[in-house]
Unconditional design. Sequence first.
Length: 86
Amino acid sequence: MLKLTLKPGEYIDIGKNIRVIFSGGSANNIHLLVDAPRELNIARSSAGEKKAPSPYYKEQGISEEAKQEIREILRRERRGAEGNTR
């Protein structure tokens, strides 16, 4: 485990796309901002409490078929837009 000391406004990068920013605090609380992709499940727990399963789950992504259909629609729209500008 790594223990760090931060001043308000300082941050920690975890990997390429997660940033934890210390935004201040008071006597018994600290305030953190977490900037991470939506598909990550970030759960809060309290020290000393038994952990219950999180009621929050990662959003279901769209199917590969739907992704392919979206790509095809975008390609057709681009081709149509290019044809209208000539």
